[in-house]
Design a protein around this ligand. Structure first.
Ligand SMILES: [Fe+2]
Length: 550
């Protein structure tokens, strides 16, 4: 702790962080170009309100990260209405967009009615933002009849167009979870998708506050991403690329490439993340810390336990990658840290929800890539922290959690799995389910295949589904079941793809495990390619897919 305090002291001189800053005030009329180029967003709904967000920028990719805005505070007016045309404005106010927070605005709107839709917008002078739609959570005791929730991860701007975000918005979900890799840190052309990158990042690899602000603004200027933010409140958690590939607490990516300023980099990334996400004040960063794990309740239908498996984890065992590594089973190592683990298990015991949903970053179920007695697994995933996984799984079993479901991103492919207390015993009962969304773009177009032909599904019989196209998962949660539609795009390296449902699974209330309810038959070409595939090559390709900058 002493080290942290010392470094925070060192940081304060060089960066603004979250420190209050005296700024000149500019009249809204001083803004002569449209400042709403980054769209609007809402997030973290409760029964009486939600956060609404915007950030002013007239030139999103300005190198200093300040969006071409004057070095002065700007007054931003906001309205929340009960109808889309704003005939019934129910809350309104103004907020100051300050240069010290890159002209970001977060308003925690309160005193709204539970369980209903609202619309919101912002105004600066003669400029009015687009309208966003938000929803309040149902009242704490109500068991509502359904929730349409979609979840996504891994949106590498360079790897393709954000068409999947647009298609998700067209599905009109009521809640969206982003499970990390919202943006990537690389300079243009460093991380290249198979087939080449159709777009480029602006600026260098993100290291300074200016870099991260510029990168966030470039992403937020994408119209498809803006549609997805405007359609529903989001619950966001980060993974690694919002800061640095495969970071773990205070440890940077590669020991052989030292980063003496890593903690300053971490503080800058966290500051920009907060500025650009619809998070509550409880997530305002303090130096190198940001409180991201939290709980969102959707009445008695669902509780979302949003986890942070980056900020408190022990460093990956055996230098990362897929390994047969003794550290993976060391009971003293943790992926959540002790405090977060206690908070989560306590939440299991207190939960009165029909569905307890863990929104988190990395693969939860065991995935052994070795057909023999050795266990070769991903050191960056829960497989690299087996004791953590065991304690948490046992925790929900002991608490009698009615329907535990883990949601995951990171691996740039759709997967689905039954969850077990003992993955090595085929007779071990199923105690939960995991749904893994593919990427929005990361990895480029990908390819369709026959799920059961992937060797991982034979080596790990609890794995139930795999597909390597881009997309997202659309869920419908009711008191009786949770249904998951694996939504896929045939391509992302050109704009305009349509979306289709590749397969659907259902989890029934009180019966852990996945039931497949629909499967779109693959084309003849996909069948032929799948039949010709060499299993060893498929495993090698999957390992490379997941370990080369996922
Ligand atoms: Fe990723």
């Amino acid at each position: 702790m002493g080290r942290r305090i010392l470094l925070i002291g060192g940081l304060a001189a060089g960066t603004s962080l979250a420190l209050p800053q005296v700024a000149n005030a500019a009249r809204p009329s001083a803004v002569t170009l449209d400042p709403f180029t980054l769209g609007v967003a809402s997030g973290d709904p409760g029964p009486d309100g939600f956060v609404i967000w915007t950030r002013l920028a007239v030139n999103p990719v300005a190198e200093d990260g300040l969006g071409g805005m004057p070095d002065a505070a700007i007054d931003v007016q906001w309205q929340v209405a009960a109808d889309e045309r704003f005939r019934r404005v129910v809350r309104s106010g103004s907020a100051s967009a300050r240069p010290s927070s890159a002209h970001a605005v977060h308003v925690e709107v309160t005193r709204l009615e539970p369980g209903r839709e609202y619309w919101y917008r912002f105004r600066v002078g003669r400029f009015v933002s687009r309208v966003g739609r938000a929803l309040t959570a149902p009242s704490p005791d109500s068991l509502v009849s359904s929730l349409a929730m979609a979840f996504v991860s891994c949106s590498q701007y360079e790897h393709g167009y954000f068409t999947a975000y647009k298609r998700l918005a067209e599905d009109r979900p009521e809640l969206v979870l982003h499970l990390g890799d919202y943006q990537y840190e690389y300079r243009a052309g460093v991380y290249v998708a198979p087939g080449g990158n159709p777009r480029d990042h602006e600026g260098p690899e993100t290291e300074t506050l200016a870099n991260y602000r510029q990168r966030h603004a470039q992403y937020k200027s994408d119209p498809d991403l803006q549609d997805a933010h405007a359609v529903a409140p989001w619950l966001v958690v980060w993974d690694d690329h919002e800061l640095d590939n495969n970071w773990a607490d205070e440890v940077y990516e590669k020991p052989e490439i030292p980063q003496p300023n890593f903690l300053a980099r971490r503080a800058a990334a966290f500051q920009a993340y907060y500025e650009n996400m619809p998070l509550r004040r409880s997530s305002v960063p303090r130096g190198i810390d940001l409180q991201l794990y939290r709980r969102i309740r959707w009445g008695r239908l669902a509780t979302f336990h949003l986890l942070d498996t980056r900020q408190y984890r022990d460093d990956q065992g055996c230098g990362d990658g897929y390994k047969d590594c003794p550290a993976a089973v060391d009971p003293s190592r943790s992926i959540t840290g002790a405090e977060q683990e206690e908070w989560l298990i306590d939440g299991f015991h207190r939960s009165r929800a029909r569905w307890d949903v863990l929104g988190q970053q990395v693969f939860f179920a065991q995935r052994d890539n070795n057909n023999g007695p050795a266990k070769v697994t991903s050191m960056d995933a829960w497989d690299g922290y087996v004791a953590s996984r065991q304690r948490i799984t046992q925790g929900w079993v002991d608490a009698g959690v009615r329907n535990p479901v883990v949601l995951t991103g990171d691996v740039h492919a759709h997967w689905a799995s039954d969850l077990k207390l003992d993955y090595d015993d085929p007779t071990s009962t199923t105690v939960g389910s995991e749904l893994v969304c593919s990427s929005i773009t990361s990895g480029g177009n990908g390819a369709d295949s026959i799920p059961g032909d992937h060797p991982f599904l034979q080596i790990n019989p609890h794995l139930r589904f795999y597909n390597n196209l881009r997309g997202y998962v659309r869920t419908t949660i009711t008191p009786e079941e949770m249904r998951a539609d694996f939504r896929c795009l045939p391509y992302v390296q050109e704009p305009g793809a349509e979306v289709f449902t590749r397969a659907s699974f259902a989890i029934e209330d009180g019966k852990p495990g996945l039931h497949q309810v629909a499967d779109r038959p693959p084309s003849t070409a996909v069948r032929a390619r799948s039949a010709d595939a060499d299993p060893a090559q498929v495993i090698a390709d999957t390992v490379a897919w997941e370990t080369e900058r996922p």
